[in-house]
Design a protein around this ligand. Structure first.
Ligand SMILES: Nc1ncnc2c1ncn2[C@@H]1O[C@H](COP(=O)(O)OP(=O)(O)OP(=O)(O)O)[C@@H](O)[C@H]1O
Ligand SMILES: O=P(O)(O)OC[C@H]1O[C@H](OP(=O)(O)OP(=O)(O)O)[C@H](O)[C@@H]1O
Ligand SMILES: O=C(O)c1cccnc1
Length: 497
């Protein structure tokens, strides 16, 4: 086994939990493999105690699904798995079936870069139950993490003021060295860029995804030479078109003065110093003093980059202190989603056809009302007024209700909390076709268009929902008929127990 080259195999179909394959075998054995079903992917709580999340990871999931197939090596490995009696777990005829398997489901999803809220399905998979079930784990793996990181990036960018009109601030992602392994780093770079970061230090992410890459230099460069002055001069000689000097190796403000001197020399040779980087000490005070030195030295356009365990809360605090930082280098806390390392997205069966071909809704009971899944083939309708999102209503496409009349939605945990949208309120049905019969519908959106959507969302999500502390809970409800139907299903399921 070569740990690195064997990791990224031509097919990723074994990247699933074994129980997906044990269930797949069971469906096949009982002639149920092709039975049509619908699953929904959703989470129950926004991460970071925040009020919103940014959907991310769909394109990676699309590429995964397009390539869903088991090659001969995959099948031979599966053939070696044995049960408690030492016999093969999966019989040969089933492995042949898997060998012929091609993705043939319908998928509807909320576009990457859109704000999403607890309980709303943001990926819906409809098709043969064997396929729908098999992809549960990889879909969750791809979408949970990227949604988590895109959400963190959006929060960090919002704190840095990136979404404000005319802002010069930008956030760059420095997470590779602290990220959770190779894919943790690459996926984080992609999601951070989509969430609003302007660039990454991760060169492989640059090459794979077309993300701009940026880099300054480390303390070791300064420590290599006899003096900071010499280090800056030699860096400027070597790389006159990429000069951001790290000024805090010895004395930060002396370092800024030296950067100005070297910057002047650089200017005489026809190049412009891009800026300085602060990586320790009081970043607010130092950035204010550094700004004065740079401005007085004739470098009003030079950037002040800051790094050192930054996150959205620290950036908010530094802004409040009047910090003059305009480029925020954010690594560990962003790429590892330090304060909440996982999003608890789940994937649940909503409906399945019976032998006669009629849809049967399904729910999963729980002692906690909020954890009872929503039955049906679900869609999310987002209502807007005065360019602001006002509420999302989950409805069942199998149910009859007046889709053009007033919409009444009910809080899933309290029937007395209802919200009405009068007929004529602007709305969008958020789940849009991504696959039909296993074929991708339309073109994949560009990364830039996803970034633009994230920016636009920040002008549409109510400000109270965006605040970091005790955010207002964005209204998400069930269409009243769906709420009642779910209540009846819970009642009869409990009676049957
Ligand atoms: N003005 C400030 N207000 C709030 N937090 C700040 C401020 N300036 C810096 N910080 C943060 O305080 C933390 C500690 O920074 P500090 O430079 O004192 O320690 P350090 O990282 O151990 O320094 P060094 O890299 O020199 O060892 C970092 O997360 C940094 O981003
Ligand atoms: O702080 P982060 O948000 O993770 O950003 C990345 C950090 O990586 C680099 O230094 P490193 O942490 O390797 O060493 P240092 O702490 O001694 O500067 C850089 O100087 C940043 O501080
Ligand atoms: O280019 C930088 O300044 C950089 C890159 C990675 C981590 N910290 C800083």
């Amino acid at each position: 086994m070569n740990q690195l080259t064997d990791l990224y195999r031509p097919t990723l179909s074994l990247l699933t939990d074994l129980y997906q394959l044990t269930m797949a075998y069971g469906y096949w054995k009982h002639g149920l493999a092709e039975r049509e079903s619908v699953f929904h992917l959703f989470f129950r709580k926004s991460p970071f105690a925040g009020g919103y999340s940014i959907a991310c990871g769909l394109q990676t999931a699309v590429e995964y699904l397009q390539r869903l197939s088991f090659d001969s090596e995959d099948l031979s490995y599966l053939g070696t798995l044995t049960g408690s009696d030492g016999n093969p777990l999966l019989e040969d005829a089933f492995l042949d079936y898997l060998g012929d398997l091609r993705w043939s489901c319908d998928v509807d999803a909320i576009a990457e870069g859109t704000a999403v809220y607890p309980h709303e399905p943001f990926v819906r998979v409809k098709g043969p139950i064997l396929q729908c079930q098999l992809v549960e784990t990889p879909l969750l793996n791809l979408i949970n993490f990227q949604t988590l990181i895109a959400t963190k990036a959006a929060r960090v960018c919002a704190a840095a003021g990136v979404y404000e009109e005319g802002s010069r601030d930008r956030v760059i992602e420095f997470g590779l060295r602290r990220a959770q392994g190779i894919d943790g780093a690459l996926s984080a770079s992609r999601a951070a860029f989509l969430g609003g970061c302007a660039a990454t230090s991760n060169v492989m992410a640059g090459r794979l995804y077309g993300i701009p890459v940026v880099g300054t230099h480390a303390h070791s460069w300064v420590m290599t030479f006899a003096s900071e002055q010499e280090a800056f001069e030699l860096y400027a000689d070597a790389m006159p078109n990429n000069c951001v000097f790290l000024v805090d190796t010895y004395d930060t403000l002396d370092g800024v003065r030296r950067a100005v001197e070297v910057g002047r020399r650089l200017r005489r040779s026809g190049h412009e110093m891009l800026g300085i980087r602060l990586d320790s000490g009081d970043l607010a005070w130092l950035s204010i003093e550094a700004r004065k030195i740079l401005d007085e030295g004739g470098f009003p356009d030079a950037s002040i980059v800051a790094s050192n365990d930054l996150d959205e809360r620290l950036i908010t605090s530094l802004k409040l202190q009047g910090a003059r930082i305009d480029t925020w280098g954010v690594g560990t806390k962003l790429a590892t989603a330090y304060d909440q390392p996982a999003l608890g997205g789940v994937y649940k069966l909503g409906a399945i056809r019976d032998e006669k071909g009629n849809w049967q809704r399904r729910i999963k009971l729980s002692e906690q009302t909020i954890k009872v899944s929503n039955p049906g083939i679900l869609q999310v309708r987002r209502f807007e007024h005065a360019s602001e999102h006002r509420g999302d209503m989950i409805y069942d496409e199998l149910s009859e209700w007046d889709r053009d009349g007033a919409a009444i939605m009910v809080d899933p945990s309290d029937r007395n909390r209802q919200k009405e949208f009068i007929a004529g309120t602007n709305y969008t049905d958020l789940l849009q076709p991504v696959f039909r019969g296993g074929q991708q519908v339309g073109e994949s959106p560009s990364l830039q268009s996803i970034r633009d959507r994230v920016r636009e969302q920040h002008h549409r999500i109510p400000p109270a929902v965006q605040r970091f502390d005790n955010p207002h809970e964005y209204p998400v409800g069930l269409e009243r008929g769906l709420y009642d139907l779910k209540a009846d299903m819970i009642q009869s399921a409990r009676e049957q127990r």
